[in-house]
Design a protein around this ligand. Structure first.
Ligand SMILES: NC(=O)c1ccc[n+]([C@@H]2O[C@H](COP(=O)([O-])OP(=O)(O)OC[C@H]3O[C@@H](n4cnc5c(N)ncnc54)[C@H](OP(=O)(O)O)[C@@H]3O)[C@@H](O)[C@H]2O)c1
Length: 279
């Protein structure tokens, strides 16, 4: 396992699992399977409505809480809610969160930021971050907030490697956690010829080549999977290294196209979307 050193001295595993679009039962099974396969970073969110299942998966795995890096995100509808972090801890059945993001840059994010800063100071949260924030708002948070964000979670994959954003992150010693690291399973990405060629060269799968490219690009990866074989393979990426030529060849896959772009309408809808945790 390789680690990313956060600017507050915490160590974050470079590879984990994400549980977006899973029912609580599916999240429970994937988290348990991942932890049993050696994965130590879990990414969930209030908005996935499966934090309870994630917490159960952690308990069922038998892995000690202190050996797990648990990541979750506050949803905009609870940014101002004083008990938002406590309720999140309760759903996850844990005393602390290793990394807590604000999930979306809705208009009320500054109030949400105060909320996660408070939790950080109280020790309920060990690191804080921003997800899906455009660069100008990241810069505002860096310039005006008392505790600087330590990690940014954004869409990133070989089609859209976030080249511009990474310059900002490097300047402030902030980490990038990549969502859709495998293009949400899009075959047009996974089956790009360069990945097949390198998969053959290294005796790995195309997905493992993409994930290894992320690691060597400095990105923390949280591939989502309900398939125990994929979960195991997605973690088996630390025993080989892509050459500089391989990395340069993969860079040619960049077409500047992301899968998802937030619209003002979508952000407004997020700000009023009520969450119903399905136990
Ligand atoms: N902050 C945000 O707004 C945001 C947004 C989206 C996602 N995320 C986070 O990012 C995580 C990853 O995103 P994602 O799960 O949507 O997309 P992803 O990881 O890019 O792709 C997941 C898809 O790839 C397939 N897959 C996984 N491993 C594979 C392998 N080894 N070979 C072939 N196919 C494989 C999965 O199917 P199987 O189940 O069959 O393996 C699933 O269909 C999420 O779970 C979530 O934690 C955050």
């Amino acid at each position: 396992m390789e680690y990313f050193a956060l600017n507050n001295g915490t160590k974050m595993p470079m590879a984990g699992i994400g549980v977006f679009m899973m029912s609580p039962q599916e999240a429970e099974a994937s988290v348990e399977s991942a932890l049993r396969s050696g994965v130590r970073l879990i990414d969930t969110a209030n908005g996935y409505m499966n934090e309870s299942g994630t917490g159960r998966g952690i308990k069922k795995s038998g892995v000690a809480r202190e050996d797990i890096f648990l990541v979750t995100k506050l949803w905009p509808t609870v940014y101002e809610k004083e008990t938002a972090v406590e309720e999140t801890l309760k759903r996850l059945d844990t005393d602390y969160i290793d990394l807590l993001f604000l999930h979306q840059p809705t208009d009320n994010w500054r109030e949400g930021y105060k909320n996660i800063e408070k939790a950080y100071k109280e020790g309920k949260v060990k690191a804080i971050g921003l997800s899906n924030f455009p660069e100008e708002l990241l810069q505002e948070a860096i310039d005006t907030m008392e505790i600087k964000p330590q990690v940014v979670q954004v869409e990133a994959h070989p089609y859209f490697p976030q080249t511009e954003l990474k310059k900002l992150l490097l300047k402030y010693d902030m980490g990038l956690m990549a969502w859709y690291p495998l293009g949400h399973g899009d075959k047009s990405l996974i089956e790009q010829p360069v990945f097949g060629k390198l998969a053959e060269k290294y005796g790995k799968s195309n997905a493992q080549i993409i994930l290894r490219w992320h690691i060597q690009s400095g990105n923390v990866v949280i591939p989502g999977s309900k398939n125990p074989d994929h979960i195991r393979d997605n973690f088996d990426i630390f025993d080989f290294e892509l050459s500089a030529d391989d990395m340069a060849e993969i860079a040619n896959v960049d077409n500047g196209v992301r899968y998802y772009t937030a619209t003002p309408e979508a952000l407004a809808a997020y700000a009023s979307m009520e969450l119903k945790e399905d136990l």
